[in-house]
Ligand binder design. Sequence first.
Ligand code: ZN
Ligand code: ZN
Length: 306
Amino acid sequence: MEVAGPDVVPGELAARLLAPLADWLGDWSALLHGALLPVGCALVAVAVCTSIELLVPAERGQGLAGRIRNLAHLVVFQFAGLAGLALWLRLGPALGRHAHAPGPVESIVLVAVNLFTIDFVYYWYHRAQHRFPSLWAIHELHHADTELNATSSFRTFWLELPLQSIVVMSPSLVLFGDQGAGHAFGMLIGSYAFLIFSHCNFRLSLGPLSGLVCGPQVHRIHHSRLPQHRDRNFAQYFPFLDRLFGTWYAPAPGEFPPTGADALASDASLATVFVRPFRIWLSGAGAVAPPARSSGAARRRPSRRS
Ligand SMILES: [Zn+2]
Ligand SMILES: [Zn+2]
């Protein structure tokens, strides 16, 4: 009687177990490769915007250290974020749903509609981040920046993009499916354009367009430390969502408030911010509260436990 050798069966088993891992790593690698050009474009945009910021800043005296720290987050943001996206594209609602490759005009319309869909979901996700302390633990790092500028949008906790891939992007993936590499490129460029521009340290108002397209002054209000700006202007791309849902704050001419969060220093080390949410959650999540936007003594919300 022939008995299977112990070295054969475990080998096959290991190959079967490792195959999904290898597939995921392959998808992740492809996404990283595909992101090189958009990230390169984003870095060029950051360089151009930084030059303008240095010439005509909304807030003077910003140093280089904060910008370098934010760019370090960009690396983490891309690696961790695209790992999560690769996993979600393989397991999530876009699985097996491939649409036709759209033409140029259709592509532009599709990118705009897709950006709106994402911003609609992001609006509510973002409100929840400000409402619930356990979610604020993830978002706090982004708000801690006291020197808002073209690099600030990259300053996010490493789990932020994987989480957004699931929560914010799923409706978009269900509605639009996989529209191909061109569409993905357009989405990345469109997202980066909004993200970089809206955080710029420009003394720039978009005038009558302020309530339609998110600019530096409108988003600076969202990052403000002042109590009158608390929980305002949540939309990242289209502020008419704030008008629609009652969270809109129209900036006055020349209104460029100071930014930052109370409980986390702007220059906290990368090691600190990489683990801070876990320390908060393990200590009972109620230990952290959304920012007390007062110019004087910190005003705390009642602690919540989740
Ligand atoms: Zn926020
Ligand atoms: Zn922001």
